[in-house]
Structures are given as structure tokens and as C-alpha cells.
Ligand binder design. Structure first.
Ligand code: NOJ
Length: 763
């Protein structure tokens, strides 16, 4: 009997010993412990550790089959099993009934909340508030672990420039720096201070890499990205996640120039492990290993498995190849057992770090499962983050905020009373019954004498105009119309690419009919991707982009509509004018013929303005801000220095509010053409009406490094333009500075942050 087995026998029959002196048996240094464990394992058991299946807990027969696999040591992890009862059952079989007794790890897609559902990631990125995102991730971990889960397939950190791609909803949008900061925040939130703490989750940065660059925005499609773009745009969030200590990474479905990411040794091993020193493990995406046959780089499942393992994938999600075909591969001498051992070691390390060898049942606490999820504090935090995520796109004549005592309000639109869509894609254990719809939020907010009329008008998608008349009649009878339009939750997310990013036609028609009436119309958008709403946006005076805001979305939207919360979110992604304008992002190159409205032979569409409908970083407030007195302390900086910048920010309006200050740079002359702007710092600053503060910024010069012609990460001397503003197009302050010295290579495995401090005036 193996030592570990003996241990678990002891631990179960004599719990005092487990948590007392016997525990020290397993306090052996991790590597030593794992080495001795691997020596005990049969090849089948090793391959079992590299195998993950989706749990079948609702089908009794399949459940028994899966428990039998656990008993035989043929599986190391499950996804999609939750609840203390089931987790405990599986874990008991693993540690008590299998020969080797290694605990299982349980994964779930906890992407933006577990039971308390927060705004979808594209929304929470618009908060530009990494601390709030970290807090939401922390709460998600606290709730998920209460259900027995110890691993989340998050954060999703794919940079996405193409809103046709449905999964743009799962990430932080288009910008590599914002995406990197949000990646770090989530990893820190999920994993907490110590993975051994039973309220923390192992995080999984995904999808490695360039999944968001799928051609045509079609999910699962090939990515054609240059090495430089890969390193400048798609890879940075992964490096930041690794620096934040992420424990696992998921290889993506896509190929890059013909090399599928689940068989890409150069990126999975040479870059991730050797250059970046990533010491966690890599899990494939769902059946991505057998899909290597479809890609056309393997003739058999065995070949696919060998390629994946050799390239650096350690765990096979749902493909069944590692657990089956690799056995023969080793026996036939086609695969060295050493490679298997390496992968097993990485998986066991994760289990060790989670503390599962100390206590495999540490996540099985029925009391926690009952009390922790959806508690008052979590719900409040969900509302707070939802408020922070809302972006006020337009507010002509200060139509918003509305008074609470308006006599008659018409709430119209198929999403107004929809309890499903606010949950967004990947809603984990979230339930419609816990959702506050927009209609409910509004009804709960207005004064007693206010009448709220509601009509859906039409379905989210469909042809029927039969509901138009009712909608038109309540609109006519009201003082103001709140028109809630957009997408259903299943129009974005995985496998939900759209060829047109417009509003569904029926909703557009409804909007036209309502606008014609001539009442004041506030358009509330609820959607998972930027929507090209050009014609509508010209015809309504006020627009709120609310994405899918989670269970408290309705309350948060009402808070903003009626002025209890002053909106301050900013777009984490540009909104194009039409589908044909895609990709539309702010950090494009200048080109040899820069886009100009006056010059025909310039890089533009002749049938569209050269700007997006709403640019990256855009978002209004009910108050206004003045930027002034920009000073750069050290206008000549060396590569090891930080630029020291200060300026004054004043709330010049009548309401308390927040502004996301954004710092952009441009290197106008470099060895490789640089984007017209790059975000290098941001901070959400809260100010009382009339308050003025000094903003002090330290911008490390190394944050301005880029990949040169030889793909070396360098800082080049020369003049850099500095732009500070309220959006990527609304630049309020400009200056320049000079980097002195020679061209110098920087350590490409280091990450840098712009430090922004707010100096409040002592009154
Ligand atoms: C496929 C998705 O691409 C991935 O993001 C997810 O984590 C897995 N399925 C597991 O649900």
C-alpha cells in the first residue's frame, strides 16, 4: 500500500492525527513529496492525472461510470461538477477507493461571478477599476469554493479587436495594457494571498494565445498574426498573469499560421516555460487534442496526443486521448515516460499548492455552502460594480439624470424585463430568480406618484410587429421613454459570432416607430459586444451602454438613470459605425497615408467618417472635469528612470463624480512604426463638486519599450509625445519628453506599471 494511501486511511479514521502530527508527513518539501509519489504511480495512474472529464452528475448511470474511472485512477480532474455533496462523493472515491489515493481537482467556468453574478468582463473592464474587479473575483472565489470548486477557467484575457467575435464579451476589450492590468487583478482576486486558503481558487489564464485574432471574427477560426503583433498585443496579458502567479493556463482552440495552439511547442514550452518561467500547468481547451486531427496535423488520436504532450499541454480536457491512446504510445516506445512524468509533476504540484494533500475535503463544508453564496455584502458589491461599469455614451441637453417624480414613464423593449440576459454568457450557478430586471429597478426607484408603463414591443429577434401598437400607445401617453434594446445573452459568448453587429432588425424598426412619436427617448443598450447603432445614435438624445450587468443590473441602471449614481465608466473597446469598419481600434498605425476626412487618397472608407462611432476610453458623466497645469519634472529621462508628471484635475460641475484619466504616448519616429497612441496609464478618480486635486504620475520608461526590427524588446532614445485625456480622442493635455542614452534592450520577462497618485487638497 502506498504511503499516501496509508495517510488517507489514517486521516479518515483518526482525523486528529491528520490535522495533528501526521500532517507533518506531508509537509515534506513539495518536490520531494511529488517525486516519491510519482515513483509509486503506474503509467495508467499517471495518465489518469492528465485526464479531465466533464462530470455527469444528473445521469445516474453515467455518474456511476465516472466514479468507476476515479476508482481505477483514470481521471485527475473534473469540470462541471459542483455542490459539496457531489464533490465530496467524488473526492471520497478518489482518496479512499483508488489505489493511489490522489485527490481530484474540480474546475468550473466562474468567469464573472459564481452565484452572485457580476457584470460580464467586457463591462467590468469599462469600470477601469482593477481593485473593484479584483474584489469581484475574490467574491467569486469565496462563493465557488463554498460549492466545492477549487479551479476556475478564468481569467479570460484574450485581446479582441473584432466585435463580430462573440467572445469579446468575456475579455477586457481591445487594449493590451488595460487587458494586462485586468488580468493581474483577476488572478490576484481568485488566487488570493495563499492557494492553501480554502476560499481561494486556482486561476487559469486563457486562451493561450491569439484566440481573439480569429479571422473574420469567426469563432475557432485560424489566427494570422505577425510575431510582432503577437508579442505587442496578444501575449502581454498572459505575461502579467504569470507575474501575478497564475497557476494554470489553457491552450486555445485556434491555430496560428497553421500551428494549432494545443501543439505549439514554441509558444507552450519555449516561451511559456523556458523564457517566462511559468511553473503551473497547461490544460487544453475542450477536446482540442482530438481536434488536432481536424486541424490536419495528426493522423491518429495517438499522434495528436503525443504532439500535444510534447508541445507542453499537461492535461487533456474532455478529449480522452491522454488517458487512452498515450498508454499504448509509451508501451510502443513512441513517447517517453519522462515526458509524461513532467506533466504529472506539474499537475500534482498544483494539487499540492492547493493543499489538497493536506486535506482533500477542505472545500466540502456544508455550512459554508449554505451561508456564503449570494449574501448581502456580495449582492451590494455586484450592484456597486454594475454601477461602475455603465458607460454614458451620449447625453444631449443633460436629459439625464431623470427626476424621480416624473408623472408617466414608458419602459419599452424586449430586454426591459428580461431576467435572463443580465446573467450574460458563462453565468456559472447564477439564476434568473436572483436577477433584478431593468423594469423592476426603475419601478423600485421612482416616486410613489409616478406611473410606469411597460411594453416589450417585440421579441429580441423575430419578425412580429404585433407588439408595436401597445408600445406606441404607452409611449404617446408618457413624459419620457426608456427604450431597452440589444442582444440576448446567447447572442454573444462562445460560438456566437455574428456577421452583422447591428441591432436585430425588428428592434431597429421598433425604435424608429417610438422615436417618430417625438417624446424624449433614452436608449439603454444591453448587449455583449459593441453594436453599430449609427443611425439610432443620431436620433436619440441619451444613450447608456450597460452590457450585461449581472444580477443587480436593474438596480444599477435605475441608480444611473435617476441620478443616485453618477456614471463614470469608459469604453474598453471602440464602437464602430458599421460592421464594415471592423477592426476599429484606437492604436492603429499612422500608415503612409494617414486617414483624413479631406484627403481622398488616405487610409479610410470613402463612405464613412474616419472615426469610430464612440472611441476607446469614451464615457460621459453628469458632471464635468477640467484638466490643467501639466508639468513634466524630468523632460529628459534615462531608460532606468520614471517620467514624473503632474497635473490638476477639477470637478467643474455640480455633482460628485468620477473621471478615468488616461495617459497615452506616441513615439513619432522609431525603428519600427509605432501606433498613433498607446494607453500607458489610467486611474478612476472620484471628486466632489468643485474639488480640485493634483494627479502625480510615475511612468517607468521601460513601459515604453517595444519590439524592434530584430524582435528585441528595446527602449529607443528620442522624443515621445505625451497625451492625457478623458478618452483616446478627447485629449486635454499634451507635451513631450526625450528619452536619452543609447538604444537598450530590456528584460522582456519583466512587467511594468504606471503609478498614479491622487493628492487631495487638505482643506
Ligand atoms: C470551451 C471554452 O473555450 C473554454 O473557455 C471553457 O473554459 C471550456 N469550454 C470549459 O467549459
Amino acid at each position: 500500500m502506498s504511503i499516501i494511501k496509508i495517510f488517507f486511511f489514517l486521516s479518515l479514521s483518526v482525523p486528529i492525527m491528520l490535522y495533528g502530527k501526521e500532517k507533518s508527513l506531508f509537509r515534506a518539501p513539495m518536490d520531494e513529496f511529488i517525486d516519491s509519489l510519482i515513483k509509486e504511480m503506474t503509467l495508467e495512474e499517471k495518465l489518469g492525472q492528465l485526464t479531465q472529464y466533464s462530470g455527469k452528475i444528473t445521469d445516474k448511470e453515467k455518474l456511476e461510470e465516472q466514479l468507476e474511472l476515479v476508482r481505477k485512477g483514470k481521471v485527475g480532474s473534473f469540470l462541471n461538477i459542483w455542490g459539496v455533496e457531489f464533490i465530496k462523493k467524488f473526492q471520497e472515491v478518489a482518496v479512499e477507493e483508488s489505489r493511489i489515493g490522489i485527490p481530484l481537482i474540480f474546475g468550473l467556468d466562474v468567469i464573472h461571478g459564481c452565484k452572485t453574478i457580476f457584470p460580464v468582463p467586457i463591462a467590468w473592464a469599462c469600470s477601469f477599476d482593477p481593485d473593484a474587479v479584483k474584489e469581484a473575483s475574490r467574491i467569486s472565489a469565496i462563493e465557488a469554493t463554498a460549492f466545492g470548486i477549487n479551479w476556475t477557467f478564468a481569467p479570460m484575457i484574450d485581446i479582441a479587436l473584432d466585435p463580430r467575435w462573440g467572445r469579446i464579451v468575456e475579455g477586457a476589450g481591445e487594449d493590451p495594457y488595460l487587458g494586462s492590468v485586468m488580468a493581474k487583478a483577476q488572478v490576484e482576486g481568485y488566487q488570493g494571498e495563499d492557494l492553501k486558503d480554502s476560499t481561494t481558487l486556482l486561476a487559469c489564464a486563457k486562451h493561450f494565445v491569439a484566440y481573439g485574432a480569429c479571422e473574420g471574427g469567426r469563432d475557432y477560426n485560424s489566427a494570422e498574426v505577425s510575431i510582432r503583433t503577437l508579442y505587442e498585443v496578444y501575449l502581454p496579458p498572459f505575461l502579467y498573469a504569470i507575474k501575478a502567479g497564475v497557476g494554470s493556463i489553457m491552450s486555445a482552440f485556434n491555430d496560428i499560421s497553421g500551428i494549432p495552439m494545443s501543439a505549439n511547442k514554441e509558444l507552450l514550452t519555449n516561451l511559456l516555460r523556458e523564457k517566462w518561467n511559468f511553473d503551473g500547468f497547461v490544460v487544453s481547451d475542450w477536446r482540442a487534442i482530438p481536434e488536432l486531427l481536424n486541424h490536419g496535423i495528426a493522423e491518429s488520436r495517438m499522434e495528436a496526443g503525443i504532439k500535444a504532450l510534447y508541445s507542453g499541454v499537461d492535461m487533456d480536457m474532455e478529449g480522452g486521448v491522454f488517458g487512452n491512446e498515450l498508454f499504448e504510445a509509451v508501451r510502443e516506445g513512441k513517447l517517453s515516460e519522462d515526458v509524461v512524468d513532467k506533466a504529472v509533476r506539474r499537475v500534482l504540484k498544483a494539487k499540492y499548492k492547493l493543499g489538497l494533500f493536506d486535506d482533500p475535503f477542505k472545500y466540502c463544508n456544508l455550512e459554508r455552502e449554505k451561508l456564503v453564496p449570494l449574501n448581502k455584502e456580495h449582492i451590494e458589491k455586484a450592484r456597486e460594480l454594475a454601477c461602475k461599469s455603465i458607460v454614458l455614451l451620449k447625453n444631449e441637453g443633460n436629459l439625464l439624470p431623470l427626476r424621480k417624480d416624473i408623472k408617466r414613464i414608458a419602459v419599452i423593449g424586449p430586454l426591459a424585463n428580461d431576467a435572463s440576459s443580465p446573467l450574460g454568457p458563462w453565468s456559472a450557478l447564477g439564476e434568473e430568480k436572483d436577477v433584478v430586471t431593468i423594469l423592476e429597478g426603475i419601478k423600485g426607484k421612482v416616486s410613489k406618484g409616478t406611473e410606469v408603463f411597460y411594453a416589450p414591443g417585440c421579441e429580441i429577434i423575430g419578425d412580429s410587429e404585433s407588439g408595436f401598437e401597445e408600445a406606441i400607445s404607452i409611449a404617446k401617453n408618457s413624459d419620457v421613454v426608456i427604450l431597452v434594446l440589444g442582444e440576448s445573452r446567447d447572442m454573444s459568448g462562445e460560438a456566437r459570432s455574428r456577421s452583422e453587429i447591428t441591432l436585430p432588425e425588428i428592434q431597429r424598426k421598433l425604435a424608429e416607430r417610438i422615436i417618430e412619436i417625438g417624446k424624449r427617448v433614452i436608449l439603454v443598450l444591453s448587449n455583449g459586444r459593441p453594436l453599430a447603432i449609427s443611425s439610432l445614435s443620431e436620433r436619440v438624445p441619451a444613450i447608456l451602454e450597460t452590457w450585461f450587468l449581472g444580477i443587480q443590473g436593474g438596480n444599477a441602471i435605475a441608480d444611473v438613470l435617476f441620478g443616485d449614481y453618477n456614471p463614470g465608466g469608459k469604453l474598453a473597446v471602440s464602437i464602430p459605425r458599421s460592421t464594415g469598419q471592423v477592426p476599429c481600434f484606437y492604436y492603429h498605425k499612422n500608415t503612409g497615408r494617414p486617414a483624413s476626412s479631406e484627403i481622398v487618397h488616405s487610409s479610410r472608407y470613402f463612405d464613412l467618417p474616419i472615426t469610430p462611432l464612440y472611441p476607446f476610453g469614451h464615457g460621459l458623466s453628469y458632471t464635468s472635469f477640467k484638466y490643467s497645469k501639466l508639468k513634466i519634472k524630468n523632460k529628459k529621462v534615462g531608460i532606468d528612470d520614471s517620467l514624473q508628471i503632474s497635473f490638476l484635475l477639477k470637478n467643474t460641475g455640480k455633482l460628485f463624480g468620477s473621471e478615468v484619466i488616461q495617459l497615452y504616448v506616441r513615439d513619432p519616429v522609431a525603428s519600427v512604426a509605432q501606433p498613433v497612441k498607446k494607453l500607458k496609464g489610467f486611474k478612476r478618480v472620484y471628486l466632489e463638486a468643485g474639488e480640485e486635486v493634483e494627479i502625480k504620475i510615475k511612468l517607468p520608461v521601460k513601459l515604453l519599450s517595444f519590439y524592434n526590427i530584430d524582435m528585441k524588446k528595446v527602449v529607443e532614445p528620442g522624443v515621445i509625445e505625451l497625451m492625457i485625456g478623458s478618452s483616446s480622442e478627447d485629449i486635454r493635455l499634451r507635451d513631450s519628453f526625450t528619452i536619452i542614452g543609447n538604444v537598450r534592450e530590456v528584460d522582456e520577462t519583466s512587467v511594468y506599471y504606471c503609478d498614479i497618485e491622487v493628492k487631495k487638497n487638505k482643506r
